[in-house]
Design a binder for this molecule. Structure first.
Ligand code: TUI
Length: 314
């Protein structure tokens, strides 16, 4: 029985969050993860409010269990998305790429729990002052937008800095990694890349196949809009690298990035699509139901935690 404060706080069976990935994390995936006892998230990404509303309503037809929405703070539709969340009522939200501070009082008033992603100790402390319910410490092993620190370095520092439950993200795809972050003080995990290969995930099969094919060194950081984004190496990633080396300006890089995530996820463009994935992509070896992913990860973590690592002699 894998239990932490998260189970009580969010009324779930397992302290396992599914990353709220733009385009990838639709109502289908979120509902499947929640039905399996984890916490599913719809990724609002840069979608307009009405699209997010539809997704929330759809998820409610697929599960009665708690689920959330990830709010991407670089979206031009942040304000209308928040409005929709307040109107529709969701159990919780995670936030990425920005500071949810100004929305927290309204969200809390409606009983919506707020869990920001943080990539530094300073940000974690600032979020704690705003009375968020937990934080997600995300290391740069993750896919998509990355911070500077690895999960191994960031997580224990955030755990020491705040009194909130800390959820670990970045570099987690199996039960050994879940057990490891619990040992460092995390009270839950967020997994993204492994859930892209859930059967219920609508990502194009080409995208899933690229993750299944990936080897350990097959992800790379590409510059985008002053940020770094981790993707699987492909022609787009190489083109980015070439442009950056040549000192291309931000506008040129930005133009190259437009619409690429959609191209990868929806159209299955593996050549010029943005195949966001974490460094654990190589550990994902099959497409399977979300329920099976959660069961495997939890069972393995329980086994690891029940005994000292088998290679250690005392
Ligand atoms: O948000 C992420 N990862 C993402 S979002 C995304 S969507 C996208 N679509 C098209 C092109 C590019 C991206 C892909 N991956 N992770 C959560 C995260 N948030 N990591 C770090 C942060 C963060 C960074 C700065 C949170 C807050 C912050 O600043 C707060 C402040 O003080 O303003």
């Amino acid at each position: 029985m894998l239990k932490t404060r998260i189970n009580e706080l969010f009324q779930v069976e397992y302290p396992i969050f599914q990353g709220g990935m733009a385009w990838v994390a639709t109502a289908e995936l979120a509902a499947a993860v929640s039905e399996a006892g984890g916490i599913g998230f719809i990724g609002a990404g840069s979608a307009p409010g009405e699209v997010v509303r539809e997704q929330i309503r759809k998820a409610k037809t697929l599960t009665t269990k708690p689920f959330g929405v990830n709010v991407y703070y670089l979206s031009p539709f942040v304000e209308e998305v928040i409005q929709v969340l307040l109107e529709e009522g969701v159990d919780l939200i995670t936030t990425g790429a920005g500071n949810p501070g100004k929305h927290i009082p309204l969200l809390k008033e409606k009983g919506i729990k707020v869990i920001p992603v943080v990539s530094s100790v300073a940000l974690a402390k600032r979020m704690e002052k705003l009375e968020v319910d937990a934080v997600i410490a995300e290391g740069m092993e993750c896919g998509g937008h990355v911070g500077e620190l690895t999960t191994m370095a960031l997580l224990p520092q955030v755990v020491d800095a705040v009194n909130l439950p800390v959820i670990a993200a970045g570099g987690i795809a199996d039960g050994r990694q879940l057990a490891a972050v619990l040992c460092m003080g995390a009270e839950g995990v967020q997994m993204g890349t492994r859930f892209i290969c859930a059967e219920e995930c609508i990502a194009h099969t080409n995208y899933k196949k690229e993750i299944l094919r990936a080897k350990d060194r097959d992800t790379v950081l590409t510059g985008y809009n002053g940020h770094y984004v981790r993707v699987l190496k492909n022609e787009l990633a190489h083109k980015f690298a070439r442009l950056m080396k040549e000192g291309a300006d931000e506008k040129e890089l930005e133009a190259l990035g437009v619409g690429r995530l959609r191209a990868a996820v929806i159209e299955g463009d593996t050549r010029m699509g943005s195949l966001m994935a974490g460094q654990v992509a190589a550990m994902v070896n099959k497409v399977q139901p979300a329920r099976e992913i959660i069961r495997e990860v939890v069972t393995e973590a329980e086994e690891v935690l029940a005994q000292r690592p088998k290679q250690v002699m005392v």
